[in-house]
Write a protein that binds this ligand. Structure first.
Ligand code: 48F
Length: 261
């Protein structure tokens, strides 16, 4: 069979892109939850929030989501996940190899691809190439994010940002905990101490992650590695169970909060 592509005009291509972009931005100016960072914890949280009817936007600095997953361990293309967090990967239809002692191995490219697909299918909106450079802070409460294009940030151009209002903001920015650090640095009177993460101790790091996944300031939650960085917890190697469980726990905490409103 021979395919013949429809002739389309340049101006119709441009018009279609601009119209969709405008409608999308108008739709997300006010949402329930903004998740900053499209790594494993942010994508997991996004899926479980969105599939429960929460309006959620995930903002990712880079052009691809997935954070620190793609390269596995030092570029070797596998990651590990321990029980019971492997059940979460099953929710995303990710293949697992059981290597014993409660440990499973997954393909480091399949994981981010399917986490992203799962979040999108559940109804989360993922925007890439967007940097969260600050927060909206009113009357001692975080109520949104200040955003700019990553290309603008990288070029060092002095161009003012725009904003998205949200009931809750999630810092899922990984090791840097960049959102929480910005809040602490710019608003000293809040007395927020962000100690940063400790050196590597996988068991302790993974277990403290769940405890540290919580609201650290009215309107601002932390999950994933940012949760340990904001509490001085240990880092871990290419083991990701804590990240997925942290994302799921975060979703549960916010769902309970939204229900009580
Ligand atoms: O770093 P990242 O993967 O965070 P995570 O979900 O998972 C950590 C693991 O990947 C791994 C580990 C496992 O043992 O320790 O490191 O906690 O993903 C964080 C994402 O946030 C983006 C960043 O590009 C990355 O994709 N990000 C960071 N700061 C910003 C941001 C920002 N200010 N605005 C937008 N995106």
């Amino acid at each position: 069979m021979e395919y013949k592509l429809k002739n389309v005009k340049e101006k119709d291509i441009t018009k279609a892109i601009l119209k969709s972009t405008f409608n999308m931005w108008m739709d997300i100016l006010e949402v329930d939850v903004v998740i900053v960072g499209g790594g494993p914890s942010g994508l997991t949280a996004g899926k479980y929030l969105a599939e429960n009817g929460v309006k959620v936007v995930i903002l990712e600095r880079h052009l691809s989501f997935g954070g620190g997953t793609w390269g596995g361990g030092m570029g070797f293309p596998y990651i590990t996940v321990q029980e019971p967090a492997h059940e979460i990967l099953k929710d995303f239809n990710i293949k697992l190899e059981n290597v014993g002692n409660g440990l499973y191995v997954a393909d480091s490219v399949e994981v981010p691809a399917k986490l992203g697909t799962g979040a999108i299918n559940a109804g989360a909106k993922i925007l890439t190439g967007i940097v969260v450079e600050d927060l909206i802070l009113k009357e001692n409460r975080v109520c949104g994010v200040v955003i700019n294009s990553y290309a603008i940030e990288k070029a060092g151009l002095h161009i003012d940002p725009i904003t998205i209002n949200a009931k809750y903001v999630v810092d899922a920015t990984g090791h840097d905990a960049s959102v929480s650090n910005t809040l602490a640095r710019k608003n000293k009177e809040l007395g927020l101490e962000i100690p940063g993460e400790k050196s590597l101790w996988a068991e302790k790091g993974e277990n403290s992650l769940l405890r540290n996944t919580r609201e650290i300031f009215p309107g601002l939650y932390v999950c994933g590695m940012a949760a340990n960085a904001t509490h001085g917890g240990y880092r871990m190697g290419a083991v990701f169970g804590g990240m997925y469980l942290s994302g799921k726990k975060l979703a549960q905490l916010i769902l309970e909060k939204l229900k009580r409103e």
